[in-house]
Ligand binder design. Structure first.
Ligand code: SAH
Ligand code: SF4
Length: 379
C-alpha cells in the first residue's frame, strides 16, 4: 500500500519540529528545512545542501513539498497578478497580488466557495465547496513569492502584506487559517509583521472571540450595513450574530492586542440605493462613534445577475466625505486588475469561464492572443 507523503509546506514550525522528532532528528532541522521551503522556494529535497544526504533520501521517501496546482496565471497592465489554483477537492480558488505605493499585497483564499451567502458576493452564490488545507493556504504565498524569482536581494520584498480577503470565510476554516497565518509571521517562513497580515471576517462572532490569545494579526470586518434589519438581508450571518454581538467581539479582540494603537478596518461595500444613502451614513457614524477604526469603502463590483449596482462616483465621494467630516479615516478601495477580472467579488463566474478556457488551451497547445496563459511552472 502506498503511504501518503507528508506535505512539509503546510507544517508550522512547531509541527515540523514534531515531525523531525518523530523520525529521530534534531529540532534544528525544522528551521533549516523551513528556510529552504519558504525563503528559497525550494520544492526538491535534493537542493537542501546543508542537510545530510542520508536525511535528504529519507525525506524524499516519506515527505514532499507540494505547491498549488496552477490552472491559470494572468498579469494585468497595472501589475496586478492573478492565479487560479485547483485545490484537493477539485474546485478552483483565486489568489491576487496587488502592487501599490511600494507595497505588494497578496489577497489569499481560505475556502473554495463560502456557505455564508452574502447577497452581493459571487463567491457566496457558489455555495460552500471545501476548506483549504494549511498547505493550500500558505502555498498561495509560496507561489506568489516564487513568481518573482529567487530572493536574491532581501531588500526587494515582493509580498509585503497579506489579506485573507480572497474566497471563503477564514473564520470558518479556523485551525488551518491560524496555522497558515502563523507561517506568514514566522521569521523562518515569511516573517511578515502582524500589522501586515489581515484577517477579514463577515462576523463569525464565536470564532472571532476564539482568535484571542491565538493570534494577533490585524482585523477587518465586513460590515456593509449600519443596522440589523439591512445587515440581516445583506450579510445573513447577522441573523445569528447581530451587530451588538459583533461590535462586542471586535472590541474584545482589539483589547486583547498588546499594542493599543491598532484599529479595526471596517469594510463597507457600497450598493447603489441600498446602503449608500445619507440616512445610512448617519447611522453608520452613530454606530461606530466609539469604535477605534478606519473605514474602507468598496464600490460594488458587479457580476452577472447580481441584482445590484455600483453607486456613481459622486455618491461614493459624498459617502466618504460625510464619514471623514465625522472624523473617520476613510478610504475608497480602488479597483485593480479589472482587465483580468481580479477585482473583489468578480471571482467565481470568471474563474469558471477561465478554467474552461484554460483547459481548452491546454488541449490545443497553441499560441494564443488571450490574456489567459497556462503556467506549467512558476520560475
Ligand atoms: N469572507 C470574508 C473575506 C472575503 S471577501 C469577508 O466577507 O469578510 C473580501 C471583501 O469583499 C468583503 O468585505 C466582502 O464583503 C467584499 N465583497 C464581496 N463581494 C463583493 C462585490 N461584488 N463587490 C465589492 N465587494 C465585495
Ligand atoms: Fe462568504 Fe465573505 Fe462572500 Fe460573505 S462576502 S459570502 S462571508 S466570501
Amino acid at each position: 500500500m502506498r503511504v501518503e507523503k507528508v506535505n512539509l509546506l503546510g507544517l508550522t514550525r512547531e509541527k515540523l519540529i514534531s515531525f523531525f522528532k518523530e523520525i529521530g532528528e534534531k529540532p534544528f532541522r525544522a528551521q533549516q528545512v523551513m528556510k529552504w521551503i519558504h525563503h528559497f522556494g525550494v520544492d526538491d529535497f535534493g537542493a537542501m545542501t546543508n542537510v545530510s544526504k542520508a536525511l535528504r533520501a529519507k525525506l524524499q521517501e516519506i515527505a514532499e513539498i507540494r505547491g498549488p496546482e496552477i490552472v491559470s496565471f494572468d498579469e494585468s497592465s497595472d501589475g496586478t497578478r492573478k492565479w487560479v489554483v485547483r485545490v484537493t477537492s477539485g474546485s478552483c480558488v483565486e489568489t491576487v497580488y496587488i502592487p501599490e505605493n511600494g507595497r505588494g499585497t497578496l489577497c489569499v483564499s481560505s475556502q473554495a466557495g463560502c456557505s455564508l451567502d452574502c447577497s452581493f458576493c459571487s463567491t457566496g452564490k457558489q455555495g460552500f465547496n471545501s476548506d483549504l488545507t494549511v498547505a493550500e493556504i500558505i502555498g498561495q504565498v509560496w507561489m506568489a513569492v516564487k513568481s518573482f524569482g529567487p530572493p536574491a536581494s532581501s531588500e526587494v520584498r515582493s509580498v509585503t502584506n497579506v489579506v485573507m480577503m480572497g474566497m471563503g470565510e477564514p473564520l470558518l476554516n479556523f485551525d488551518n487559517v491560524i496555522d497558515a497565518m502563523n507561517l506568514m509571521l514566522d521569521d523562518f517562513a515569511y516573517g511578515l509583521s502582524k500589522r501586515r497580515v489581515t484577517l477579514s471576517t463577515s462576523g463569525v462572532v464565536p470564532n472571532l472571540l476564539k482568535m484571542i490569545g491565538k493570534t494577533d494579526v490585524s482585523l477587518a470586518v465586513s460590515l456593509h450595513a449600519p443596522n440589523d434589519e439591512l445587515r440581516n438581508e445583506l450579510v445573513p450571518i447577522n441573523r445569528k450574530h447581530n451587530l451588538q454581538a459583533l461590535l462586542a467581539a471586535i472590541d474584545a479582540y482589539m483589547d486583547s492586542l498588546p499594542d493599543n494603537s491598532r484599529v479595526v478596518t471596517i469594510e463597507y461595500t457600497l450598493l447603489a440605493g441600498i446602503n449608500d444613502q445619507p440616512e445610512q451614513v448617519q447611522q453608520l457614524i452613530r454606530l461606530l462613534k466609539d469604535v477605534p477604526c478606519k473605514i474602507n469603502l468598496i464600490p460594488f463590483n458587479p457580476f452577472p445577475h447580481s441584482g445590484y449596482e455600483r453607486p456613481s462616483n459622486n455618491a461614493i465621494r459624498r459617502f466618504q466625505v460625510a464619514l471623514m467630516d465625522a472624523g473617520f479615516n476613510t478610504t475608497v478601495r480602488k479597483t485593480r486588475g479589472e482587465d483580468i477580472d481580479a477585482a473583489c467579488g468578480q471571482l467565481v463566474g470568471s474563474v469558471m469561464d477561465k478554467t474552461r478556457r484554460s483547459a481548452r488551451y491546454e488541449a490545443q497547445r497553441q499560441g494564443s492572443s488571450e490574456v489567459v496563459k497556462i503556467v506549467e511552472q512558476v520560475s
